[in-house]
Each structure stands twice: as structure tokens, then as C-alpha cells.
Design a protein around this ligand. Structure first.
Ligand SMILES: Nc1nc2c(c(=O)[nH]1)N[C@H]1C(S)=C(S)[C@@H](COP(=O)(O)O)O[C@H]1N2
Ligand SMILES: [Mo]
Length: 315
């Protein structure tokens, strides 16, 4: 998450792409769609048109109605250090990664620990589209149409016990497929965690897709966390383990640099990162910065989770 260079997507590129995507949306249901997309394909990003579509997705009332960040930006400007530290690296280096078949180990304080196939706990008919802002600690943001299910619905099925106070998540460890893991830029595997009430909050989802299609590898295929009121780094990708714990679990960025990254990681314009302000953000594709909102704009829904906590201390 270190800033290495200014974000490098030109607004002009995004505008033309946005038009392309709207055109696709318009054509989708017509008999000519396949032909039209094939025709556009020569100059357009191939992934937008070819990503495997998900079906029967419900629209969620919890979505923001802000303008979407184009598919091209969402899938080519990524943080996924397992594939390299530059924003273009995940798209360039994740082609060999195999997200199928996939299983997730469930462990710790629950009645039903075990190893579950992805299909066992992500029921296709339960999929929802949730359009959320993603606010990175580097002070850029996007609006992404995620496809997923509430994390609470998944967790409840494992019957957490009264001792389950936190949920810990672990990313897959596959240095053969993830070139970034061959270098010690972070401690591998990547780990993250939430307090139980944060994990069970209706805004917290496990995502399996975006833009109506399965998650591209660079966005965390086949399963990643999305917590819209927290900085992007809480959104751990390619999850292989979920563990209910009594104690607060370690988190990768806190291990890496505890002065700069805390466990809570709530988007908070009033608590600066030690090296830069969190007061403003650049929405990818926009020229002028906008003010960062408390809890990334979700204060009405989540502020009560932190009543009585000193948010300077619990950053
Ligand atoms: N396993 C893993 N998960 C990760 C990261 C990572 O490096 N490894 N980066 C995080 C950061 S810093 C951000 S901002 C988001 C970016 O998600 P996106 O690339 O889908 O936009 O993923 C988060 N999840
Ligand atoms: Mo980030």
C-alpha cells in the first residue's frame, strides 16, 4: 500500500471505457449482443466481455447509486501483493492462478468446523449485487458492483459458540502460482480479522463476483471479503480459512507496520495516516479530490458498533 507513483489511469481512458460498458449493457439482451461484443472486442478489454457471467443476481437495497468505476479500472488497478506490489501487477501476473476447485477450512469456536467446498456455502440463488465504495488507505476510491452474499449468512451455518469474539481470515499460500509470495515483501500468508459484530453486520459480504461475472483473479478469486466502511486492505482476497477466535487475531498490515495500520482500520478522515492525510480521496476516473466521509459514508449504519471507543486509539 506504499505510494510508489501517482495513480496512472488517465480520465480520458476511463470515459471512453465507461461508454463502451454502457453500450454493452444496452446490447446484452439483444440477439445481436454476441456479434456486437465480438466486433468491439478488437479494441476493448477482452476480460469485460469474456468474464464468466453469474445469473439470477438480486439487486440489493443496500447499494449506493453513485456512478460505477469502469470494469477496466476495477480489474487493472489492484492491490494484491501476492502478484506484485504495483497496481498493474495483479492483472499481469495472476493468469496462472487456479481458483477452481476451491475449499475453505472452517475452524475454531464453532459447532461445525470442517473443510467446505465453495459451492457448499455460496448458494448461487442467494447472490446479491451490492454496489459499494472501496476506499483504499492510499486515498483513492472506486465504486464497485460486487456480487456476493452477507458474511453473516455464511457464518451462522457454522454455529459459532459464545466464545467466538472475532473471525480470522487467511489467504491461500501458493508461491508457484503467486510470484509475489516468493519475496518477503509481507509476511505470508496474508491474514485479516474482524470483531464478531463487524463480521455479522449486514453490510459485510463475501464476494464471488463483480460486474455480474465471476471475480477475476486479480480481484481475489474465487472468494474475498468486502467491508465497505473499512479501508480496502481489510478486504482479504482468495480466502482459504475462516476461524472463530476468542482473542483479536493478527492482521498482515498491522504486523508489517503497526504504527500505520491498526486492527480496526475504519475509514476515518479525522485520523491521518502518519505519512499523509485521510481527509480527501481521489475517486478513480475523477480529476478533483473529494472529501472522505466518516466510515466511508456508512456512518448511519455502523457508527453504533464503535460507541464509547476512542477512534484515535483504535485506528
Ligand atoms: N490477500 C490479499 N488481499 C488483499 C490485498 C493483498 O495484497 N493481498 N490487498 C488489499 C488492499 S490494500 C486493497 S485496497 C484491496 C484492493 O482490492 P481490489 O484490487 O479488488 O480493488 O484488496 C485488499 N486485499
Ligand atoms: Mo489498499
Amino acid at each position: 500500500m506504499l505510494i510508489k507513483r501517482p495513480p496512472d489511469i488517465k480520465p480520458s481512458e476511463i470515459t471512453s471505457l465507461s461508454l463502451y460498458l454502457r453500450r454493452r449493457e444496452f446490447l446484452k439482451d439483444s440477439a445481436l449482443a454476441g456479434l456486437a461484443i465480438a466486433g468491439l472486442g478488437a479494441s476493448a478489454p477482452i476480460t469485460a466481455a469474456t468474464a464468466e457471467k453469474l445469473v439470477n443476481i438480486r439487486k440489493s437495497p443496500l447499494s449506493t447509486n453513485e456512478e460505477l468505476t469502469p470494469f477496466e479500472a476495477v480489474t487493472n488497478y489492484n492491490n494484491f501483493y501476492e502478484f506484485g506490489t504495483d497496481k498493474e501487477d495483479p492483472a499481469a501476473n495472476s493468469g496462472k492462478f487456479k481458483p477452481h476447485p476451491w475449499s475453505v477450512q472452517v475452524a475454531g469456536q464453532c459447532a461445525k468446523p470442517g473443510t467446505y467446498n465453495l459451492e457448499d456455502f455460496i448458494k448461487p440463488h442467494a447472490l446479491e449485487e451490492r454496489i459499494y465504495r472501496l476506499r483504499c488507505v492510499e486515498a483513492w476510491s472506486m465504486v464497485i458492483p460486487w456480487v456476493g452474499i452477507p458474511l453473516a449468512d455464511v457464518l451462522k451455518r457454522f454455529e459459532p459458540t459464545g466464545n467466538a469474539k472475532y473471525v480470522a481470515f487467511t489467504t491461500v499460500m501458493r508461491p508457484n502460482e503467486m510470484p509475489g509470495q516468493r519475496r518477503a515483501v509481507l509476511e505470508w500468508p496474508y491474514v485479516e480479522g474482524l470483531r464478531m459484530d463487524e463480521a455479522m453486520h449486514p453490510l459485510t459480504i463475501l464476494a464471488v463476483g463483480l460486474y455480474g461475472a465471476v471475480l477475476p483473479n486479480q480481484n481475489g478469486a474465487p472468494l474475498r471479503l468486502v467491508v465497505p466502511w473499512k479501508y480496502g486492505f481489510k478486504g482479504i482476497k482468495s480466502i482459504v480459512k475462516i476461524e472463530f477466535t476468542e482473542n483479536q487475531p493478527p492482521t498482515t498490515w498491522n504486523i508489517s507496520n503497526g504504527q500505520e495500520y491498526g486492527f480496526y482500520s475504519n475509514v476515518n478522515p479525522e485520523v491521518d495516516h502518519p505519512r499523509w492525510s485521510q481527509g480527501k480521496e481521489r475517486r478513480i476516473g475523477e480529476f478533483l479530490k473529494r472529501k472522505t466521509l466518516m466510515f466511508n459514508g456508512y456512518a448511519d449504519q455502523v457508527a453504533s458498533l464503535y460507541t464509547g471507543m476512542d477512534l484515535q486509539k483504535f485506528y
